[in-house]
Design a protein around this ligand. Sequence first.
Ligand SMILES: NC(=O)c1ccc[n+]([C@@H]2O[C@H](COP(=O)([O-])OP(=O)(O)OC[C@H]3O[C@@H](n4cnc5c(N)ncnc54)[C@H](O)[C@@H]3O)[C@@H](O)[C@H]2O)c1
Length: 335
Amino acid sequence: MTEQNDQVIRVAQIGVGYWGPNLLRNLMVNPQLIVKAVADLEEDRRVFVKTNYPTVTVESDPEAIIEDPDVDAVVIATPVSTHYDLAMRCVESGKHVLVEKPMATQVSQIEDIARVANNNNLVAMVGHTFLFNQAVRYVKDLIDRGELGDIRYIYSQRVNLGRIRNDVDAMWNLAPHDVSIIQYWLGDIEPLSINRIGMDYVQEGINDVVFLNVIYPNDVMAHIHVSWLDPQKVRKITVVGSKKMVIYDDMAENKIAIFDKGIDPLAVLGSNMDFDDPSVTQFNHRSGDVVFPQISWKEPLKEEIAHFASCIIHEEKCITDTQHALRVVDILSRT
Ligand SMILES: NC(=O)c1ccc[n+]([C@@H]2O[C@H](COP(=O)([O-])OP(=O)(O)OC[C@H]3O[C@@H](n4cnc5c(N)ncnc54)[C@H](O)[C@@H]3O)[C@@H](O)[C@H]2O)c1
C-alpha cells in the first residue's frame, strides 16, 4: 500500500433523520474514514447516535462541525431546503461535501457550490445513490455496448404510499433518482424539451403525483411517473431499444430482464423481383429469449461512500459531481 492509500479522512455528518442512519452506518464501516461527529437539531436523533455509536461526538448546532478544523469532509442528510446553505458553509470552510439528493433546487446554487469547491480544491458530490447500484450499472453497460441497439424510449415508475414531505413536492423528492439514472444511461445529454403535469391532492400547492416527459435528441423519449399517493410500491424502469428491451425492477428478485423482442421491417418481394418494396409494409414480430442476468449485489450506499473517500484521497473524477448534480436540477427546474 502506498502512503497515499493509508490516508484517513475525518468525516462528520449533518442530519440523521430517516435516511441519515443509512449513511452513518456506511461511514462507520469504511476503513478510509473516521467518523468524528454528527449534528442534528433534534434531541432524539442525537440520542440515537450516542446510543448506537458512542465514539461519535454529537452536536446540536451544525456550525460546531463546519468550524471544526479536525473535520475534513461532511455528509449532509438534512431536508432539501437546507442543502444549499449547509453545503456552501462547508466548502467555504474548506470541507469536502457529500450532499444528499438533490444537491440544491436551483442551478445557480449548484454553480456556487461548484465554484467554491473548485477554488478550494474540494470534492463536492451529490448522493445519487442509484448510480452506485449494480443493476443500473449493468444496464449502462448494455447500452454502451450497443446490446439494445438505438435507444427509443425509457419510462419509469417510482410510486408508493410514501413519506409525504412539505418542503418539496413528489417530483423534487423522487424524480432526482430517475433523472439521474436516465442521464447516466444516455451519457448526460442535453434534453430538447421537458414538461410536467402534476396534482396536489393532500397538501395545497405540493404535487403528490407528477408525470414528467423529457424529449432528447434522435427522437429518444423519457417518461417519469412519481407519486407518494399510490397503492403499490413500484420502482421500475423500462428501456426500449431497436434491438432489445430491458426491464429494471428494483423490487424484483431478478432485477434485470433482457427481452430479445422487437418489430423489424420485413423484406418484401416486389413485382420487379426486388426485395424491400417500399409500397408494401410488412413487419416481423421478433420474440426471442428473455435473459435474467446474475447481478452481484453490493450495497449502493457503501459503494457511494467508498467513491466519496476515493475521490478525496486519489483525486478521482467523481461520478456524481456538481456537473451531474447540475444537469439533474436543471431538468427538474425547467418544468
Ligand atoms: N438517496 C436516497 O435514496 C434517499 C432516500 C431518502 C431521503 N434522501 C434524502 O436525504 C435527505 C434527508 O431526508 P430524510 O428523509 O432523512 O429527512 P428527515 O426529515 O427524516 O431527516 C432530516 C434530519 O435533519 C435534521 N436537520 C434539519 N435541519 C438541520 C440542520 N440545519 N442542522 C442539523 N440537522 C438538521 C432534522 O432534525 C432531521 O433529523 C433529503 O435530502 C432526502 O432527499 C435520500
